[in-house]
Design a protein around this ligand. Structure first.
Ligand code: SAJ
Length: 421
């Protein structure tokens, strides 16, 4: 049976581009979101998130009548669940963060009433191992009149798979089409139907496995990156103590044909790499030692940078005995979680700027070329030219392309990305 109508539940950074992509291939797409503002914005042909080229895709899809957004699910042939999987609130400091599956549960319960025999349900949200089976149980509890793969295998009425998204923010539109796709069906038939669905727009290979392996594959990709960045961050701290330029060191080591070290920075931000490894650690806490340590190394890096700034304030005062801390202006260059984006959520740079602002007695200014306003503590958003003349201490936190174009000649610089030293 082919897929005439496709429903995407959760119209965020993954769901909306995916919905628009199916619509661009002339499929009827029903996007579902609990956020009325998002629904209204999309139905006007506009977007509520920042992602290159997505505005044109959504505008065309809505105008041509292939995409509409609604609050409550409607019948469709396939349902893709792309809702957030954050952490549960941490009760005690040092506790291992645990995944919060409430959005998947809510989406399953919302979709269940409109399911019919022959439908395909795909979990796209990054999830701990076992979440797809859990989703299948929620669906089957809500619809005892239908059969599901956990009890009926190949002959089930409803097919269920986990097909994790793996696209890089800022490159979503191209990566959705070009990346290979991991397809983890709960049965062979679930996988085959999922491949058929994704082949609507995916040019990369759709590689079949089971649901648990697909869940672990996504977590492994992001954990691998986290562990590698932790190695670079640990090296940067070691090199600082040994008076070695870590960026020169890494570029030398990377000349070895089998070495490829990533870049140190102020810490790891975003909603994926700093979160997903915990899904492995919380499931197997006694076994996931390296992954756990990498998280701790990366999470502690912003505080290390902050301590370096405090040390530089002391040094400045030792060299300028006529001044007090109140006279020192500190400039933070970059606040987003990675270069050339406007996303400040889960940003180590923003965390460092906040720490500086709440501990420093003098003015704190920030230069963030990708945003127009800032409402954080008493940090003043200024232009690059203004900061270059006003600041006494320059703290580079994000390697935005605008910052790479200049050479800063100043006595007091902390460069967490190695572009000015
Ligand atoms: N970072 C470093 N050093 C590096 C590379 C990155 O400190 O050498 C930092 C960045 O500054 C940022 C953080 O790591 O704070 C994460 O940035 P990122 O570009 O590595 O990744 P994300 O979070 O934007 O997207 C990742 C991608 N995963 C992998 O590359 C394995 C993407 O493909 C996933 O789809 C996405 O997570 C996701 O949604 O899970």
């Amino acid at each position: 049976m082919s897929f005439e109508t496709i429903s995407v539940v959760g119209l965020g950074y993954i769901g909306l581009p995916t919905a628009a992509m199916f619509a661009s291939r002339k499929k009827k797409v029903i996007g579902v979101d609990v956020n009325q503002h998002a629904v209204d914005t999309i139905n006007r042909g506009e977007i509520h998130i920042v992602e290159p080229d997505l505005d044109m895709l959504v505008s065309a899809a809505v105008q041509q009548g292939y995409l509409k957004a609604v609050i409550n699910p409607e019948p469709a042939d396939a349902f893709l669940i792309a809702v957030p999987t954050p952490f549960l609130p941490i009760e005690n400091e040092g506790d291992i963060p645990k995944p919060d599956l409430r959005y998947i549960e809510a989406a399953s319960k919302a979709v269940a009433p409109v399911l019919k025999k022959g439908d395909l349900v795909i979990l796209e949200s990054t999830s701990p191992v076992g979440a797809t089976e859990q989703m299948a149980d929620w669906l089957s509890e809500a619809r005892p009149d239908l059969t599901f793969p956990q009890t009926h295998g190949e002959s089930a009425d409803i097919n269920i798979s986990h097909c994790p998204e793996r696209v890089l923010p800022g490159h979503v539109v191209t990566e959705l089409v070009q990346n290979d796709r991991v397809i983890g069906g709960m049965s062979k038939r679930c996988s085959e139907r999922s491949v058929e669905l994704y082949k609507t727009f995916v040019m990369g290979e759709c590689v079949i496995t089971n649901a648990r392996t697909a869940e672990m594959a996504k977590l492994t990709e992001n954990s691998s990156r986290d562990v590698q960045i932790a190695f670079a961050n640990e090296l940067s701290i070691i090199c600082d103590e040994l008076d070695i330029n870590v960026w020169e060191l890494i570029s030398l080591a990377n000349r070895h044909p089998r070495v490829n070290i990533l870049q140190p920075g102020p810490g790891v931000g975003g909603h994926c790499i700093a979160v997903d490894p915990w899904f492995i650690v919380s499931k197997t806490p006694d076994k996931a030692k390296l992954i756990h340590t990498a998280r701790e190394v990366n999470d502690s890096k912003p505080y290390w940078v902050f301590e370096k700034v405090r040390g530089m304030v002391t040094e400045f005062l030792e060299q300028n005995t006529n001044k007090s801390e109140k006279d020192i202006t500190i400039a933070c260059y970059g606040l987003s979680f990675k270069p050339d984006i406007d996303d400040l959520r889960e940003s180590p740079a923003l965390e460092i700027a906040k720490q500086i602002s709440s501990n420093h007695e003098g003015p704190v200014i920030a230069i963030e070329p990708n945003i127009d306003e800032l409402d954080v503590g008493n940090i003043e958003l200024v232009s690059l030219d203004s900061s270059l003349t006003r600041a006494d201490i320059h703290v580079l936190l994000v390697d935005h392309s605008q910052f790479k174009k200049i050479r800063l000649n100043a006595d007091f610089i902390i460069d967490s990305k190695g572009i000015w030293i």
